[in-house]
Design a protein around this ligand. Structure first.
Ligand SMILES: [Zn+2]
Length: 347
């Protein structure tokens, strides 16, 4: 083929290729065209070998220009078509995968805190406002912290009232029957003035019924300072009760006996169902038994490393379930532990 013929052929190939590229509908097709027109075995790419057989530099220059022009035109056409196809793909995506913001969403199931956790945190908030801070401690205790240090020596009758889970591996280890061991631990760890609140799980060997559970929750407060009196104790219990049940409920104290406090009291809250007039819930008395309290026994202070000549203290405690039952009118303790969502979702 003459040089004119070759140059003409290069222009024809370019025209044909540019036309085919412009009609290509997919990137895969473009790739196929690239191989067809610019691949190492293509007619165009074979041309430079043909050049060499031509004698004159002028002829080679003319052919070289035609070859370069053809190759550049095809490459430009491929690039442009590739960009067009990509733009159109994105436009389709925007169309087909657009988010319809008016479409109703799927509402996620939102979890909630257990009613006892909520009540516990409320109690903590009420007491923190009075200057107390939260202490938590071990649920596996020794006999010393759970009983003996609290003025309950071996053989004491109150031990029998608190039916205890002992560990078979050691007679000294048990599941705490109340949160009071933390009174000793707090006094050991902190220097007076001490103002702590202790919420937590406690355990007793009780069969499960409407008012008993082998696992239950208590909260107790301990204050140790110079010059604390029964008046401070009553004022604190009343402030606590007002924070938890509201100002309209009344509190009364009745003398009682606990080994770890002297003097000791029980406190009742006026019945919220009948406002103190007497109803079935309060058995006609107008009052609901709520918790226990008293001035910390000097032996207990001493066992905690506190000098009872210099400091006095008071403590009170009650069941967290009891607070929730009085608040919400729940009549069966087992409901708290059965994990029935129909119950739990009400709070
Ligand atoms: Zn009542």
């Amino acid at each position: 083929m003459s040089e004119d013929g070759l140059a003409q052929r290069a222009r024809e190939i370019a025209a044909e290729a540019v036309g085919a590229v412009a009609r290509a509908a997919a990137p895969e097709e473009l790739e196929r065209l690239r191989v067809t027109y610019l691949g190492s075995r293509s007619e165009l790419m074979a041309m430079p070998r043909a050049f060499r057989t031509l004698a004159g530099a002028e002829e080679r220059r003319v052919l070289g220009q035609a070859f370069n022009a053809a190759r550049t035109a095809i490459e430009a056409a491929l690039d442009q078509r590739a960009r067009e196809l990509e733009r159109s793909r994105l436009a389709d995506l925007a169309e087909t995968e657009a988010i319809d913001v008016t479409f109703p969403g799927i509402e996620p199931r939102i979890g909630r805190l257990h009613v006892l956790t909520r009540v516990q945190r409320e109690i903590e908030t009420v007491m923190e406002r009075l200057g107390y801070h939260v202490e938590v401690g071990p649920e596996v205790e020794t006999d010393w912290y759970n009983f003996e240090a609290l003025n309950l020596p071996p053989g004491h009758a109150v031990r029998d009232m608190q039916d205890t889970f002992f560990f078979t591996s050691s007679e000294d280890l048990l599941l705490r029957t109340h949160t009071s061991p933390m009174q000793i631990r707090a006094m050991e760890r902190l220097q007076p003035p001490i103002y702590v609140i202790v919420p937590g799980r406690t355990y007793r060997r009780d069969a499960s019924d409407a008012s008993h559970s082998p696992q239950f929750m208590q909260v107790e407060a301990l204050a140790v300072d110079e010059g604390l009196t029964v008046g401070d104790l009553k004022g604190t219990v009343m402030a606590f009760a007002e924070g938890v049940w509201g100002a309209e409920r009344r509190i009364r104290f009745r003398p009682n006996f606990f080994p770890y406090t002297e003097p000791s009291f029980e406190f009742d809250v006026s019945c919220g169902v009948c406002a103190g007039r007497g109803c079935r819930t309060c058995a006609g008395t107008g009052w609901l038994e709520t918790g226990g309290c008293g001035m910390v026994h000097p032996n207990v202070l001493r066992n905690g490393g506190v000098d009872p000549e210099r400091y006095t203290g008071f403590a009170w405690g009650l069941g967290i379930e009891r607070i929730a039952m009085l608040r919400y009118g729940i009549d069966d303790l087992r409901l708290f532990y059965e994990n029935d969502l129909r119950f739990l979702e009400q709070f």
